[in-house]
Design a protein around this ligand. Structure first.
Ligand code: HEC
Length: 244
């Protein structure tokens, strides 16, 4: 073999190693998967919160808030929150596959809710970020067996009640904790090895109509306002991913 040829082969070998060392764009392993799922739900809940005034407009029938409109908005928001472009997600990685399933679940929830959202003459229809999140988490679980839920120490819905693990972590978030930092732990659940991932959720301006002041007064959903201020910890998104 001449020198130039062997150098060429060595260069090709090096290029192959470099390609293998590239991290996959969607993030690898259970942690990347859990993070992507939690970030998607944060982004999607944000989209619902920002469309709340439109959804609650009693004078308007057709709101035009279709699955396609939702998808456009969530794609933009998820780029900001999760750093991933949904348009480039594919089934070839576990994270990409889960994200596509989750996006489908969310769009199905929006599609199923069209009669609810488009009802004229009714202001509050019960379609909130929390209800959207719960319905999406249920559908996603049925498709993937990956658990995705929202929870809080001050939960309103009993199905959002934290389990012992979630309660511990929420207390950590409430004590001394770097704002926005997620918590991750490999543990066992029902005899299975799992990764548990929790991402703290904070109160934004759009949440205050229902969760803000004055505490103890009724919000438009007929529930009691908690009196949170902007930036307060509201709860967390909790994800459970089995370890293979
Ligand atoms: C239109 C009123 C409304 C708005 C706006 C709203 N929420 Fe809620 N939120 C609710 C209701 C009602 C529930 C309870 C849902 C149920 O009955 O299960 C809830 C539940 C939750 C939960 C689940 C824990 C629990 O209490 O059951 C979280 C977390 C939450 N909200 C966070 C937020 C955040 C963060 C925002 C802003 C981005 C927000 N909410 C905006 C009405 C609202």
């Amino acid at each position: 073999m001449n020198k130039a040829k062997s150098l060429g082969i060595a260069a090709m070998g090096l290029a192959a190693v470099l390609v293998l060392l590239q991290p996959s764009q969607a993030g690898q392993g259970e942690e990347g998967l859990a993070k992507a799922i939690a970030d998607y739900l944060v982004a999607a809940r944000g989209v619902i919160a920002r469309n709340q005034t439109l959804i609650n407009d009693s004078a308007k029938g057709d709101k035009g808030f279709t699955p396609a409109v939702f998808e456009g908005q969530v794609t933009e928001e998820f780029k900001k929150v999760g750093g991933i472009d949904l348009k480039t997600a594919t089934n070839s990685s576990p994270t990409g596959k889960a994200l596509l399933e989750l996006n489908d679940a969310a769009k199905e929830v929006i599609a199923d809710a069209q009669p609810e959202i488009n009802e004229q003459g009714k202001a509050f229809k019960g379609f909130t970020p929390a209800i959207f999140g719960a319905r999406t988490g249920d559908k996603f679980y049925k498709k993937t067996k990956l658990k995705l839920k929202q929870t809080s120490l001050k939960f309103r819905g009993d199905y959002n009640r934290p389990d012992d693990f979630e309660e511990e972590v929420l207390k950590k978030f409430e004590a001394k904790w770097d704002k926005g930092k997620p918590y991750m732990e490999e543990t066992t659940l029902g005899g299975r090895k799992v990764v548990r991932y929790m991402k703290p959720l904070y109160i934004a301006t759009s949440c205050l109509t229902c969760h803000g002041d004055p505490a103890g007064e009724m919000d438009i959903s007929g529930r009691i306002k908690e009196g949170y201020k902007e930036g307060d910890l509201r709860g967390a998104i909790s994800v459970i991913v089995p370890v293979k």
